[in-house]
Design a protein around this ligand. Structure first.
Ligand code: FES
Length: 102
Protein backbone atom coordinates (compact mmCIF):
# COMPACT_ATOMS: atom_id res chain seq x y z
CA UNK A 1 0.00 0.00 0.00
CA UNK A 2 1.19 3.50 -0.80
CA UNK A 3 2.22 5.45 2.24
CA UNK A 4 2.14 9.20 2.50
CA UNK A 5 4.54 11.33 4.52
CA UNK A 6 3.45 14.70 5.94
CA UNK A 7 6.02 17.35 4.98
CA UNK A 8 4.39 20.72 5.66
CA UNK A 9 1.17 22.57 6.35
CA UNK A 10 -0.79 23.30 3.17
CA UNK A 11 -0.55 27.03 3.84
CA UNK A 12 3.27 26.93 4.00
CA UNK A 13 3.60 26.68 0.22
CA UNK A 14 1.83 29.42 -1.68
CA UNK A 15 0.64 29.26 -5.29
CA UNK A 16 3.56 29.71 -7.67
CA UNK A 17 6.11 28.51 -5.09
CA UNK A 18 8.35 25.44 -4.96
CA UNK A 19 10.17 23.84 -2.08
CA UNK A 20 12.25 20.69 -1.60
CA UNK A 21 11.59 18.24 1.21
CA UNK A 22 13.51 15.25 2.46
CA UNK A 23 11.17 12.27 2.21
CA UNK A 24 12.83 9.20 3.68
CA UNK A 25 16.20 10.26 2.35
CA UNK A 26 15.02 11.36 -1.10
CA UNK A 27 14.91 15.05 -2.00
CA UNK A 28 11.48 15.69 -3.44
CA UNK A 29 10.36 19.06 -4.77
CA UNK A 30 6.78 20.22 -4.52
CA UNK A 31 5.28 22.93 -6.72
CA UNK A 32 2.04 24.67 -5.94
CA UNK A 33 0.36 25.40 -9.27
CA UNK A 34 -2.80 27.36 -8.61
CA UNK A 35 -3.53 25.39 -5.45
CA UNK A 36 -2.67 21.97 -6.92
CA UNK A 37 0.43 20.32 -5.49
CA UNK A 38 2.80 18.47 -7.81
CA UNK A 39 5.71 16.46 -6.41
CA UNK A 40 8.78 15.35 -8.36
CA UNK A 41 12.44 14.49 -7.83
CA UNK A 42 14.30 17.63 -6.82
CA UNK A 43 17.50 16.40 -8.46
CA UNK A 44 17.84 17.42 -12.11
CA UNK A 45 18.64 14.43 -14.32
CA UNK A 46 21.22 16.48 -16.22
CA UNK A 47 23.86 17.26 -13.61
CA UNK A 48 22.09 17.02 -10.29
CA UNK A 49 21.12 20.61 -9.46
CA UNK A 50 18.16 21.31 -7.19
CA UNK A 51 15.08 22.01 -9.30
CA UNK A 52 13.33 23.71 -6.38
CA UNK A 53 16.02 26.37 -6.64
CA UNK A 54 14.91 27.15 -10.20
CA UNK A 55 11.90 28.94 -11.62
CA UNK A 56 8.33 27.76 -11.89
CA UNK A 57 6.30 28.98 -14.84
CA UNK A 58 2.80 27.58 -14.65
CA UNK A 59 3.41 23.81 -14.87
CA UNK A 60 7.02 24.05 -16.06
CA UNK A 61 10.06 23.96 -13.77
CA UNK A 62 13.26 25.44 -15.14
CA UNK A 63 16.55 24.15 -13.77
CA UNK A 64 18.74 26.98 -12.42
CA UNK A 65 21.97 25.41 -13.71
CA UNK A 66 21.64 24.89 -17.47
CA UNK A 67 18.00 25.66 -18.19
CA UNK A 68 16.46 22.22 -18.65
CA UNK A 69 12.68 22.32 -18.44
CA UNK A 70 10.40 19.65 -17.01
CA UNK A 71 6.63 19.33 -16.78
CA UNK A 72 5.88 19.17 -13.03
CA UNK A 73 2.79 16.99 -13.65
CA UNK A 74 4.51 14.20 -15.55
CA UNK A 75 8.22 14.77 -15.00
CA UNK A 76 8.67 14.82 -18.76
CA UNK A 77 11.56 16.77 -20.31
CA UNK A 78 10.29 19.77 -22.27
CA UNK A 79 13.68 21.25 -23.02
CA UNK A 80 17.24 19.89 -22.74
CA UNK A 81 20.07 19.51 -22.05
CA UNK A 82 18.45 16.94 -19.70
CA UNK A 83 17.25 13.83 -21.53
CA UNK A 84 15.78 11.69 -18.78
CA UNK A 85 12.50 12.62 -17.08
CA UNK A 86 12.28 13.16 -13.32
CA UNK A 87 10.22 10.79 -11.20
CA UNK A 88 6.86 12.15 -10.01
CA UNK A 89 5.02 11.35 -6.79
CA UNK A 90 1.43 11.53 -5.65
CA UNK A 91 0.42 14.23 -3.21
CA UNK A 92 -2.52 14.51 -0.91
CA UNK A 93 -3.90 17.06 1.51
CA UNK A 94 -5.26 15.75 4.80
CA UNK A 95 -6.19 17.69 7.92
CA UNK A 96 -4.34 20.76 6.67
CA UNK A 97 -1.16 18.80 5.99
CA UNK A 98 0.57 18.38 2.68
CA UNK A 99 1.59 14.74 2.21
CA UNK A 100 3.84 13.12 -0.35
CA UNK A 101 3.95 9.50 -1.43
CA UNK A 102 7.09 8.07 0.09
S1 FES B 1 21.79 20.34 -13.91
FE1 FES B 1 19.80 20.86 -14.55
S2 FES B 1 20.09 21.54 -16.58
FE2 FES B 1 22.07 20.95 -15.97
Amino acid sequence: MTEFVAVAGVDELEAGEMRAFDVRGVKIAVANVGGAFHAFDDTCTHAGCSLAGGDLEETTVICPCHGSEFDVRSGEVLQGPAREPVETYETRVEDGSLKIEG
